[in-house]
Design a protein around this ligand. Sequence first.
Ligand SMILES: Nc1ncnc2c1ncn2[C@@H]1O[C@H](COP(=O)(O)OP(=O)(O)OP(=O)(O)O)[C@@H](O)[C@H]1O
Ligand SMILES: [Mg+2]
Length: 489
Amino acid sequence: MSYLELTNICKNYQVGKQTFNVLKNINLQFELGEFVAIVGESGGGKTTLMNIIGGLDHDFTGSVSIAGQPLDYHHERQLDQYRREVIGYISQSYNLISHLTVLENVMLALDMTRLSHSERMRRAHDLLADVGLTAQIKKYPQQLSGGQKQRVAIARALAGDPKILIADEPTGALDADNTADVMAMLQKIAREGRLVICVTHSQRVAGAATRIAELVNGQIKSQPLTTNNELVTATVAPLPARPLPWRVSVMMAFKHMRHTWTWNALIVLGTAIGLFAVMLFDGLGTGIKGYINHEMNTLVDPQSIMVMHQADNAKDRDEQAAAVYDPAVAGGIAARMPVFTDTQLTALRDLKHVTDVEPGISATNATIAIGQQKFAAPELTTWTSSDPTRQLKAGHVAGDNQIVLDKSSIAQKWSATDWRQLVGRSVTVSYQTFDQKGKPVTVTRALTVAGIVDSTSEVGLNAVNYNTMQAMRSAARVSTQPTFVTVRI
Ligand SMILES: Nc1ncnc2c1ncn2[C@@H]1O[C@H](COP(=O)(O)OP(=O)(O)OP(=O)(O)O)[C@@H](O)[C@H]1O
Ligand SMILES: [Mg+2]
């Protein structure tokens, strides 16, 4: 029984519909103390095989066993422990952490051992001294030469005192001197009783190995016997291992943030701008919606409907349709329109969902005399509860024998500056209408100005209350029945 045994290892890569058989039935045995060189052409599957041995890849068939115990590649915890305690990996591209210094890179691997902080520190310094990097421990990886990076990777791979050291092309980028140094290191490591598996293209490196395994077309072609029969089996006591503590992960994250702070600051700034824009537009949207709703509700009360009789001839019906858009037309037509009877008002009141029925009378072409001056009021109507009191700019809603006058068409024409002074003054209101027999009649009365209203209607709003309108009309002996009704639902 060998220390590490690979049995029937097969590995395929599926690219689109094509299958690449990279490893075809590999069987290999390794002993502690060996320094095995894996050679073979580029793309032959050496790194693939190393990843399987290193526990980095579990998508293959066949089995790997350590000291007679098969490894369960689908048991994550077991695999974690295997990688932590048994394997030291020097990858083809070093894989040093760029925001950590040389010392911190090695310390990170040592953080997965149960040594005390001072012991870890001492061991990190010793390991770096062994690979000749004592003077470089404060440098970051990008400040090192290729050979130096390779040494840091070796020191880090040895931190957990692994039984198996995998080195993928460790001398690929090194000159002859450095290659010799690294080889000497790997040989020393194997002699300490570890298994060193080294992937290489270099004949020199292969020559330093105790055994060479050649990978050709996904199979082990030749496996010359171990040159040195006296393998060192005495091993160093393994270091007690543990998973990377969360504290170390958090520290790493902070170090990374510090290392890339300009980048992070930009991300924070960008995110802040983004969030701010979202909040701004959300606020603007809500504000604009609220404003539009408010404006619409002040123009028209969505819960009240003005009801008029349908005209009984085609010409009046056309005018009536226009009246929806033009209150002046509405007033004109009102004079000729049939009025509402009490029975009709009751019928409206009895409708489902109707909460209130408010009768109104509207007249057209009124004249308002203030002292010697006369002003034309295209419409004189009764104030209904759907007229917004918000539009009152002075005074209050008209009571009995009072009137509310329009601000721009009457009050400001009377006085552009002192128009508020109109409130409390007496004015004479008159208009022409027809009695039941069709004879023209003048309706007139002296009223006190109760308030000034800034109406949104084109013809302005001059309004009295319903009582006053009825009193004016009954004095002139014309109908006092309502010409329109405001129905509240
Ligand atoms: N993720 C992948 N998906 C598809 N094919 C892959 C993948 N990884 C590797 N291969 C292919 O598998 C084959 C073996 O790759 P591998 O990296 O093991 O070669 P290698 O022997 O290490 O080569 P080199 O000496 O150049 O490092 C190559 O043909 C490669 O293209
Ligand atoms: Mg490779």
